[in-house]
Design a protein around this ligand. Structure first.
Ligand code: FES
Length: 367
């Protein structure tokens, strides 16, 4: 009898120890992962069902996330979590499939370009095999098409086509009833991602007009120009969506402004964070991480996230591009420059995104 009571008390105690944890996934995941990686709780497991070589440096991963994933809207991004050389790494990528594929078949695709020197993208291109289970976060981002339908112009460059593919698939599937034009810029013909898919979309979805423009196929570079915009019917009534390298997006915005198109009708998403413009004053400064009781100096355009990591801290982050807000923290004093906008913050208390905030002088952060 006594032995039974002791056994029961022990089991109750053990249960409380396990289930009262703030992060039960941290306890259970190492036990569950070797049995079945799809049971892991810390992130949504997603099995790589197929890998498609789109261009010499771009692959599409067809993923089957576990059904507890919440899905996504066209144009959104996700963080993926993979082990590269024994170190867990997170990166953000755009979903390139329509949400309808997820709803009907439980699948979603990511289209990923190999980046020179990119640890994660190179591993994905060289080592990732079908059948591998990777981690996926919830979708985020607001690069959304207008509802009800309005005429749309997409201007995409290189791998910036990926969220646009998701949107075009969705528009075609839902018969989005407004003119849609895509200007897709690539360096050379071999760089066109999903050419067959785009051509098939243009063939079956009558509202879509597709222009693929190569910038470096000849000796004379061919960039976006006012004539490209002028050839689009009703350009001034369109909602414009930009996704591509910063140079293309800046040029597009400038040309659109010259045509009188306001920023409220221009929507953009980044796939890498532009460098901060230091202006006349140097960037960097002494950063105090108050909760950690740590002070470090910084120079140049290192972000607060990079500075914290270099100091051995592990602040929470997601996209590292200023989109998901997972890295938001309280700044208690000092000025930071927003890398996306070039704007300086105020001097006092406010929330800042660590991944796009560069100190300008001494800064205190609640980490
Ligand atoms: S990590 Fe996503 S906004 Fe900073």
């Amino acid at each position: 009898m006594l032995a039974k009571q002791t056994q029961s008390r022990t089991l109750n105690w053990l249960g409380r120890q396990l289930f009262n944890r703030n992060d039960p996934a941290a306890f259970f995941d190492p036990l569950l992962e070797p049995i079945n990686p799809m049971w892991v709780q810390e992130y949504t497991p997603a099995r790589v069902e197929q890998i498609i070589q789109e261009t010499p440096d771009t692959k599409t991963l067809v993923l089957q996330p576990s059904r507890r994933w919440s899905g996504f809207r066209a144009g959104q991004h996700v963080n993926i979590c993979i082990d590269v050389g024994g170190i867990r790494r997170n990166r953000s990528f755009s979903l390139s499939s329509s949400p309808i594929l997820w709803q009907e078949q439980g699948r979603a695709t990511l289209t990923i370009k190999r980046l020179p020197g990119g640890r994660v993208t190179n591993w994905i291109h060289d080592d990732l095999q079908t059948g591998t289970v990777i981690g996926m976060g919830e979708a985020f981002g607001d690069f959304q098409i207008p509802e009800p339908a309005r005429p749309v112009l997409f201007i995409a460059g290189g791998s910036g086509i990926t969220p646009v593919l998701s949107q075009l698939e969705t528009m075609a599937a839902t018969n989005y009833r407004a003119p849609v034009t895509l200007l897709y810029f690539v360096r050379i013909e071999d760089d066109v991602i999903a050419r067959e898919k785009l051509q098939a979309l243009a063939a079956r979805y009558g509202a879509l007009t597709l222009h693929i423009i190569t910038t470096h196929e000849t000796d004379t570079p061919r960039y976006l120009c006012d004539a490209d915009l002028g050839s689009i019917p009703g350009i001034n009534a369109r909602q414009v969506y930009l996704c591509g390298p910063k140079g293309l997006m800046d040029l597009a915005r400038e040309l659109l402004h010259q045509r009188g198109i306001a920023d409220t009708d221009i929507h953009s998403t980044f796939f890498s964070v532009p460098q901060a413009d230091p202006g006349n004053e140097p960037l960097g400064g002494q950063v105090r991480f108050s909760e950690s009781k740590l002070g470090v100096g910084s120079e140049g355009d290192a972000t607060l996230l990079e500075i914290a990591e270099a100091a051995g801290l592990s602040p929470r982050y997601g996209c590292r591009m200023g989109i998901c807000h997972q890295c938001s923290c309280r700044k208690t004093a000092g000025t930071v420059i927003n890398r996306l906008t070039g704007q300086a913050s105020g001097h006092g208390e406010e929330n800042v995104q660590l991944c796009i905030s560069v100190p300008k002088g001494p800064v205190s952060i609640d980490i």
